[in-house]
Design a protein around this ligand. Sequence first.
Ligand code: NAP
Length: 279
Amino acid sequence: MSLPPDLYAVFGHPIGHSKSPRIHRLFAEQTGQSLHYEARDVDLPQFEAAVRAFLGAEGGRGLNCTLPLKEAAWRLADTLSDRARRAQAVNTLALRSDGSLFGDNTDGVGLLRDLICRLGVIVPNGRILVIGAGGAARGILAPLLGESPAAVVIANRTPERARILARDFSDLGSVSAVGFDQLPGRQFDLVINASAASLTGELPPLPDDLLASGAGCYDLAYGTEPTPFLLWGQARGARISADGLGMLVEQAAEAFELWRGVRPDTRSVIELLSNERGF
Ligand code: NAP
C-alpha cells in the first residue's frame, strides 16, 4: 500500500487567486515528489490556531504564508533564517523533526533569481529605485543590497515609512528614502515597483525621465494583463519590463527546496504560465 502524499498549503486572505498550488503541483510532477499542496483562506484572527491544526492533527509538513499573514508567521516561528529575521516577515514555514517551526523569507532571493538569472539584469553598481515601503519592499532590500548596487533609493506614498526602512537597512549599503515629489531630475538603472498600486490598476506618480538609458522596470505584482507600471516602462523605452510572475515561481522553488531537498526547474514553469496568459 502506498503512503499518502505529504501535505503542504498556502494560507492567506483572500487566497482564491493563488497560483501556488498549480506551481507546486508542477514542481512535484517534474521532480517525482509525492505531495499535495492546497490553498486555504485563513485570516489573521484564525492564523495561529489554523497553523497548529494543520501541522498537528492534519499532519502538514510545511506552509507558505501570504498577505496578510507574513508578519504573524514571523512572530510564530521558533527559529528564523537570517533573511527572515531581517525582513521581519516569513513566507515559508517548515516543520522540523524536533517539532519546532522554522521560518524563512524566500521573496527577496526569488526576485533576484528572476532578475539576474532569467532577465539578465546587472545589479552591481546600478542605481536602483524601490517604490513602496511595505512588507514586500522589506523582504527584497537585504538581498538587493547584497548585490552591491551603487545606491538604493526608496520612494513611498507615505515618506515616513520609506525613511524607517532606509534606516533599518543602512548597515548593508547605500540606501536612502524620498517622497515621490523628490524624484524629478533623478535617474535609475532599475526601477522596482514593490508597491501595491498595480493591484488596484493604479500607477505611482513617476516623472517621465526617470529611466536611465538601458534601464529595467520590474513590477512585483502580476496578473492576467500587463500592469500599469509595466506599460509605463515600455512606453518610456525600458530595456526590460517584467512583472512578478517569475519572482512568484522562484520564491516557490526556494520553499520547495527547503521542504523537499530538491530544486525544481523554474524556467519551464515560468514559460508555461507566461504562455498561458499570453505575455
Ligand atoms: P503592503 O505591505 O500592503 O505594502 C503596500 C505598499 O504599497 C505601501 O508602501 C503602500 O504605501 C504602497 N501603495 C499602496 N497603494 C498605492 C498606490 N495606489 N500608489 C502608491 N503606493 C501605494 O503590501 P506588500 O506585501 O508589500 O505587497 C506589495 C506588492 O508586492 C503587491 O502587489 C504584492 O502582490 C506584490 N508581491 C509579489 C510577490 C511575488 O512573488 N511576485 C511577493 C510578495 C509581494 P503606503 O505606505 O503609503 O500605504
